[in-house]
Design a protein around this ligand. Structure first.
Ligand code: FAD
Length: 506
């Protein structure tokens, strides 16, 4: 028998990436017979229109929706992403790669990184990137999907996508509407609360109509129309650790085939992204307004483009931090309404996906059990904080001393959780994934090592393997990684063969 208290209606406020991801996923899982899902968006207000790089968990989201990957890449002018190249971050003139996938392999309880540190500390082994198929393929502009199950580096390929954010929202809208989601065009002008408990009863639109629902999902962007303006949830500001609060973005013409990776280049008061798509390249300069004017930021961006700018630079403002609660009463905030961290590791779209997954895991009834809400908030806060620490790491672990911006970041006190991770790495070279951490050992190792943190010792477990055996095993991994590249087509060939998009009309 159906629970008489089961939800009958959900209203999603906002039709940006967050709104349409939520609509598509909820419709797919909940079906359209027992529940109505309505999405309200305002063309007049528009969407943020950036958000072009992703991380591997998005493959799970697409699988949930039953999306064919080639159709998806074609529809969004997408390319494949094997990781991020960081240029000038440790100090000007340096570069390193943060790959998806893994470095080498663990041998039983003996971790790969323990063996690698041990060899490097007595003059052996190869640079870290030699053990990553994703780093090697990115440097060689090659890509293929992982080969399932085989004992080859090709089975360790991890990847995600770059895509056009506007086309992505349109693609998801098509899916959601096909699954029964009802779209309402209109501007929300008022949020009506139930007098008895302060839950949201309805939203009122500018045309005088009202939309009632049992559950509201706030995807209205930075202002948090429901979660903040109507329900009064506060904001925990992380600007003292992550002082960037502006971005300026511009598309540019492709110069040559798109690379299978994002590039992030550190600048005197921020950093610049380069995201290659099939039809153009997305670029943006993220910076701290306390250290740089908008005009200077735009000039730096335009001077750092590979190809001709295709539009006027567009300025965006943001505040880094999170809502004090993501789920309050009968309202769950997703996307920019829930908080924001700069796009250095492309985590925002992932946080939308994580929120949807947890909401599905704790799908409420109209009783809205307080324990479900508490658990949701606790898990999402942990996820936000672990990503926050990982992003801070990039800025703090630097040798750059060329501007007051970098001096501040290099010398600031960091969260206790991050300080502990760095201390453990410094002493033993150990990296670890804690509880539900998004970022794996590979990610922590790539960035700690890449930014110049020196491990003074190594994991004692590595001494369990004779030194010659350790050297031979790692040498073998590096050799098979290099030879696996021969089985990978060039990135542009892979796209041409499987998912070439139509040339857009100008
Ligand atoms: P929005 O796109 O702002 O959508 C808000 C929606 O709410 C719109 O449809 C709007 O019309 C509607 N709305 C607002 N008010 C009302 C109202 N009163 N009535 C009706 N409708 C209303 N993420 C990544 O994962 N990777 C990246 O590379 C990345 N790069 C980024 C770069 C920058 C500079 C910034 C700022 C963000 C970046 N992000 C990135 C984040 C990403 O853009 C967002 O997480 C994502 O687009 C989700 O946005 P949203 O849907 O929450 O908000």
């Amino acid at each position: 028998m159906t629970d008489p208290q089961a939800l009958r209606s959900i209203a999603i406020i906002g039709g940006g990436t967050a709104g349409w991801m939520t609509a598509a996923a909820l419709a797919r899982v909940l079906g359209k017979d027992a529940i109505t899902i309505t999405l309200v968006e305002s063309e007049e207000i528009g969407t943020i229109g950036v958000g072009e790089a992703t991380i591997p968990p998005i493959l799970g989201f697409n699988a949930l929706l039953g999306i064919d990957e080639n159709d998806f890449v074609r529809a969004t002018q997408g390319t494949f992403k094997l990781g991020i190249e960081f240029v000038d971050w440790r100090r000007p003139g340096t570069r390193y790669f943060h790959p998806f996938g893994t470095y080498g392999m663990d041998f039983g309880a003996v971790p790969f990184e323990g063996l690698w540190h041990r060899l490097r500390q007595d003059g052996g082994g190869e640079p870290l990137e030699a053990y990553s198929i994703c780093a090697a393929a990115a440097h060689a502009d090659r890509f293929t999907r992982p080969v399932p199950g085989g004992n080859t580096p090709l089975s360790h390929i991890g990847y995600a996508y770059h895509f056009d954010a506007g086309l992505y929202a349109r693609f998801l809208r098509g899916h959601a509407e096909a699954m029964g989601v009802v779209r309402r065009e209109g501007r929300v002008t008022d949020v009506v609360l139930r007098p008895e408990d302060g839950f949201i009863a309805a939203v009122a639109l500018a045309d005088g109509s009202r939309i009632e629902a049992d559950l509201f999902v706030d995807c209205s962007g930075f202002r948090g129309l429901l979660i903040a303006e109507a329900l009064g949830e506060g904001f925990e500001d992380w600007g003292h650790w992550l002082p960037n609060d502006r971005a300026v973005a511009v598309p540019s013409a492709n110069q040559g085939p798109p690379t299978p990776y994002t590039r992030s280049t550190a600048k005197p008061a921020g950093w610049q992204w380069r995201i290659p798509l099939q039809h153009r390249t997305g670029n943006g300069h993220v910076y701290a307004s306390a250290h740089l004017s908008d005009d200077e930021a735009a000039a730096t961006l335009l001077a750092g483009l590979d190809g001709e700018a295709l539009a006027e630079p567009r300025f965006l403002r943001f505040r880094t931090g999170r809502r004090s609660a993501f789920w309050s009463r009968n309202c769950v905030a997703l996307g920019l309404a829930s908080g924001f961290m700069e796009p250095l590791e492309s985590t925002s779209i992932h946080l939308v996906q994580a929120g949807i997954a947890r909401l599905l895991e704790m799908m409420p009834t109209r009783r809205f059990a307080a324990a479900d809400i508490r658990r949701y908030n606790r898990l999402m806060i942990a996820e936000y904080e672990s990503i926050r620490d990982f992003i801070i790491l990039h800025f703090h672990l630097t040798e750059r001393d060329d501007t007051p911006y970098w001096d501040h970041l290099r010398t600031m006190a960091v969260p206790e959780t991050l300080a502990e991770r760095m201390a453990i790495y410094r002493a033993t070279g150990r990296v670890f994934r804690e509880a539900d951490d998004l970022f794996s050992k590979t990610s922590w190792l790539a960035v700690m090592h890449g930014q110049g943190l020196q491990a003074e010792g190594h994991d004692p477990l590595a001494d369990a393997m004779p030194r010659d055996m350790a050297a031979a095993r790692l040498a073998r991994i590096a050799t098979v990684t290099r030879s696996a590249l021969g089985h990978m087509p060039r990135h542009e060939e892979f796209i041409a063969r499987h998912c070439r998009a139509a040339v857009p009309r100008r």
